[in-house]
Design a protein around this ligand. Sequence first.
Ligand SMILES: [Zn+2]
Length: 147
Amino acid sequence: MTNSNHETYEILVMKAVDGFLTDTEQRLLDEHLQTCDECREELQDFQVIKRSTDRVRERILQDAKIEPFRESKGVKAWNWGSFVLLWLGALVFFGFATYTFFLDPKVPLLVKVAAGLAGTGGLGLFAFILKTRLQGQAHDPYREIDL
Ligand SMILES: [Zn+2]
């Protein structure tokens, strides 16, 4: 690095603003700034900009500290209870509907076969989605992180 290479010092000015200079780079820049008004002014300008962007960033971080919505234990239990009731009711209802549907002599055999195929396909898809969801939960590296 020679003293004549002005562009190198512009990079060092940027690093200085971000606080990433090594001791050697700091010494080289200090020496250069004593003789180069342009770089000295640039450094001062960038430091002013950096201070104001830091203030903006602090304000954004402060705003982000607003508590995120969290489900309380009561709400979770309520949701689970409702979910279980819904499934129990749906199972009994569809069980009864299926039972009477397949035993009804007025329903043609072809329609019963079609309903059976559709039902089996639906159950297969449901089982696949359930399996995928459960596997996804088991492998989710962010599961432990409570945001
Ligand atoms: Zn310079």
